[in-house]
Design a protein around this ligand. Structure first.
Ligand code: FAD
Ligand code: MLT
Ligand code: ZN
Length: 455
């Protein structure tokens, strides 16, 4: 790194927050799966929005590209820093304000982890509406930047819907602040929500006002064994349409659960022995039992296929969830995976699942069934030396998704992994508009180059 720039950066954030030693850089430079390894010259960790703005101004003056990074749990290579760039890590921007009970909002620094915000919200009987398995590391800024989805989208929608205010720094160092939290504010372009899903290509988010929801009061988890994806879709959608307290509708396969059992030495309950297991979560024990009973009475469900863990059995509920949430970890144990996060119209989920084994034998599926969101995992295919095979499998799967009316990215974003496939989900006119938007925010092209927009 240019020695002058280094001195200037150290003056702004302190020498301990400018990391340049290779052994210090490596854990920031490599992603969670091990598939994407960047080559930054430094990691810089500002502690305030003013420091963040100064760092950005210095980098802009030196024409050094910046890659924003939160918890580094993203799964599409969005933080894979190009050679010579600076990884700008936001973890120190971790202030958490008080819960504003009247407006049901909280304002937090971009670097606060989801789990730390959940904890504060829950102490006040509120909750963050979006939840993801990576909650211990994923930051609120990263979740807004990727428009994270997770397990409660069927009830509350994705992260963008809960951005009630935002503060961000433009690539020239200008600080934009709109943290007021007004629910109604029709005064022109909604730039805060435009930044949701922009994957660090337009501005760096420094703080967020999040809308909260009342906490789960009677958590009830219901696991239902099914014979096929098509059957599990029918069952899940009937629950969705007859029970307004449904918070989650997830699915796993027998193959995936066997992996969890084998790789993580976990005792997986017998309900997961069926080809597909549907995992539903409700806020309300009686209402959940009533819905199950109605489905059994009408012949839609067989009682023997159902396991219920109500508010009196929190440990059993946690075990059922752990089998679902630990799929990512179990798959990683088989070697660096290729991970594709796609969505389909729910009426095409069955056709997709039937076709997938012909296109990608050995693929492990799981995901957010209620949102038509399937995570397709190809264990071990992400290693060096298998790039051609990986690109062919990715192309075949994503073309299949597009042919069934789906999206090549449901919730993880485009990052660097899918930029070349963006044309399967977006028209050339849309991609051209993306380029013009990028140009107007970042005329020098210094913010996260190569991410989201195809080069
Ligand atoms: P990072 O990985 O650090 O960055 C992700 C992207 O956002 C990058 O492009 C980066 O440049 C940009 N970015 C980060 N911070 C900022 C900022 N302050 N300003 C501007 N840009 C920024 N995702 C889901 O949607 N649903 C899930 O259910 C889910 N489950 C997961 C489970 C596991 C076990 C793991 C490992 C990941 C999971 N993810 C899930 C993916 C990941 O957690 C999310 O994408 C998350 O939102 C990323 O947050 P982060 O802070 O780690 O961001
Ligand atoms: C999940 O829902 O668990 C994830 O989005 C993570 C993954 O796809 O592995
Ligand atoms: Zn997911």
């Amino acid at each position: 790194m240019d020695p002058g720039l280094r001195v200037d950066l150290e003056r702004v954030v302190g020498a301990v927050h400018v990391l340049t030693e290779p052994e210090m850089l490596s854990s920031y430079a490599q992603d969670w799966t091990g598939r994407f390894v960047g080559d930054p010259v430094a990691v810089v960790r500002p502690g305030t929005v003013e420091e963040l703005a100064s760092v950005i101004r210095l980098c802009a003056a030196a024409r050094v590209p910046i890659v924003p990074q939160g918890g580094n749990t993203g799964l599409v290579g969005g933080t894979k820093a190009p050679s010579g760039s600076i990884l700008l890590n936001t973890r120190r921007l971790d202030t958490i304000g008080e819960v504003d009970r009247l407006s049901a909002q909280i304002t937090v620094g971009a670097g606060a982890t989801l789990e730390s915000v959940q904890q504060v919200a829950r102490e006040a009987s509120f909750d963050v509406p979006v939840d993801v398995g990576a909650r211990g590391s994923a930051t609120i800024g990263g979740m807004v930047a990727t428009n994270a989805g997770g397990t409660r989208v069927i009830r509350f929608g994705m992260m963008r819907a809960h951005v009630h205010g935002l503060e961000a720094v433009l690539p020239d160092g200008t600080i934009l602040s709109r943290l007021g939290g007004l629910i109604k504010d029709n005064t022109g372009y909604d730039w805060p929500r435009l930044l949701a899903g922009s994957e660090g290509t337009l501005a760096i988010i420094s703080a967020v006002t999040i809308g909260l929801v009342p906490t789960l009061s009677e958590r009830t988890v219901v696991a239902i064994g099914c014979d096929s994806i098509a059957e599990s879709v029918r069952v899940a959608m009937r629950f969705r349409d007859t029970n307004q307290h449904l918070w989650a509708a997830e699915f796993v396969t027998r193959a995936g659960c066997e992996l969890v059992a084998d790789q993580l030495a976990m005792l997986v309950p017998p309900v997961f022995d069926r080809p597909i297991t549907l995992l539903l979560e409700f806020d309300g024990f009686e209402a959940a039992l009533l819905s199950v009973a109605k489905s059994v009475d009408s012949g839609d469900l067989c009682e023997a296929d159902v396991t219920v863990a109500g508010p009196g059995s929190p440990t059993q509920a946690d075990v059922l969830w752990a089998v679902r949430e630990r799929h990512t970890e179990a798959i990683n144990r088989l070697g660096v995976p290729v991970k594709l996060d796609v969505s389909l119209p729910v009426n095409n989920l069955g056709s997709f699942a039937d076709s997938l084994p012909f296109v990608a034998p050995g693929a492990v599926m799981f995901g957010h069934l209620g949102d038509g969101n399937v995570h397709v995992n190809l264990p071990g295919l992400g290693v060096e030396g298998r790039e051609i095979e990986a690109a062919k499998a990715e192309g075949d799967i994503l073309v299949l998704v597009a042919s069934l009316g789906g999206s090549i990215s449901a919730e993880h974003g485009i990052g660097r992994a899918k930029a070349e496939w963006l044309h399967l989900s977006r028209s050339s006119a849309e991609i051209d508009l993306f380029r013009r938007m990028k140009q107007s925010f970042d005329p020098l092209g210094l913010l996260n180059p190569g991410c989201l927009i195809p080069t």
